[in-house]
Design a protein around this ligand. Structure first.
Ligand code: GLY
Length: 351
């Protein structure tokens, strides 16, 4: 994606109008979920360029990220008279931008779409980098395509309506971007007071964070190599999410990633000599802001099973992204079952 296409908004109205004019669509559709329809759509609905836009609204939770919901979006586009020259604007969190991006990418073999992410998680991750998806047969993001939006408009004013848990959830992906980039950025992130978020300072950090992701995606848009850096914390994080799902516990994605990063930094220290002092700093930060996802050693086998079934694996070995230092990335790493159990011991004893 061209740099100019990710815009840190100064004036969303002006920037959105310009982005729509650049596409010159014959019709504009706006996809929201029921929450963003109430909270975010009112901020742009009066724009003259959206006067004739057709609204499509879907349920707000990840459970609705399904083929059925996708079909309702395709149907609404079809019934609303969308052509290959129409535009879909996705206004919402990762569920809306993932599903909307997939709907746009497949309708009439692909129409243009613009992402306006409204959560921190979607601003720094989901809405950027062209991954689109729905869940299928109980598997998260199982069906989708890589296809960039025309423009991503990042307006951090939407964040002021988010609750503290959703801020923390998105912040975990920012912490990941700090770990895979450089010490200055990581230090800035570890210093930030997440308990009393200063939204103007956060705007600069979001811009920096998105730059880290964008730089990696530019080099490897289809995750053949370097994009796997963005999977730091996710092998264990996804296993925690799967365990939570199986046990009926609720876990936000970023929380699972934060706990997963602690585990994978421990593994990084064991296998790649990641500095112990940094491991401890990140551990303290995660412990303070994310608390603990409680596991017992009776659940190790199940967690190990989830890791072996992760879709990032090849040929039966578990695939980790590890670090030897901040910004020193080692993709396609693996670990023995004993090392993974020791990692889970470390997690249980220290967090
Ligand atoms: N969420 C990781 C990626 O976009 O590759």
């Amino acid at each position: 994606m061209d740099r100019k296409d990710i815009i840190i908004c100064k004036d969303l109205h002006v920037e959105l109008t310009t982005a729509i004019e650049a596409v010159q669509p014959d019709k504009v559709f706006v996809l929201t979920d029921t929450t963003t329809c109430d909270c975010c759509w009112p901020q742009i609905e009066h724009l003259p360029i959206l006067h004739d836009a057709t609204m499509i609204t879907i349920p707000p939770t990840d459970e609705a990220k399904t083929l059925d919901t996708l079909a309702t979006v395709w149907t609404a586009l079809g019934e609303g008279g969308a052509t290959r020259h129409s535009l879909l604007i996705n206004l919402g969190g990762g569920m809306v931008t993932d599903l909307g991006g997939f709907a746009a990418s497949t309708f009439k073999r692909g129409i243009a779409y613009i992402n306006i992410p409204t959560t921190l998680l979607s601003m720094v991750d989901a809405a950027v980098g062209g991954k689109t998806a729905i869940n299928f047969r109980g598997l998260k993001n199982e069906i989708g395509v890589f296809n960039e939006s025309c423009t991503v408009l990042l307006d951090t004013r939407f964040l002021t309506t988010l609750d503290a848990h959703n801020i923390c959830s998105g912040y975990a992906e920012m912490l990941k971007h700090g770990l895979i980039s450089d010490m200055d950025h990581l230090a800035e992130l570890l210093r930030y007071d997440l308990t009393e978020p200063d939204f103007s300072a956060l705007q600069g950090m979001v811009a920096r964070s998105v730059e880290v992701k964008e730089h990696i995606v530019e080099q490897d848009p289809r995750e053949q190599g370097m994009r796997k850096a963005l999977n730091l914390g996710h092998t264990v994080g996804h296993a925690f999410e799967s365990l939570a799902l199986a046990e009926g516990r609720t876990v936000l994605h970023g929380y699972a990633v934060a706990w997963g990063m602690v585990c994978e930094l421990y593994l990084s220290a064991v296998r790649c000599q990641f500095p112990q002092s940094l491991l401890r700093q990140v551990l303290q930060f995660v412990k303070q802001h994310y608390g603990q996802f409680i596991i017992t050693c009776r659940e190790y086998e199940q967690l190990y099973g989830y890791m072996t079934h992760d879709k990032k694996n090849t040929a039966g070995s578990i695939n980790f992204t590890l670090l030897s230092d901040v910004g020193q990335i080692h993709i396609n790493q693996t670990a023995t079952k004993d090392e993974i159990y020791e990692m889970l011991d470390f997690y249980r004893e220290n967090i």
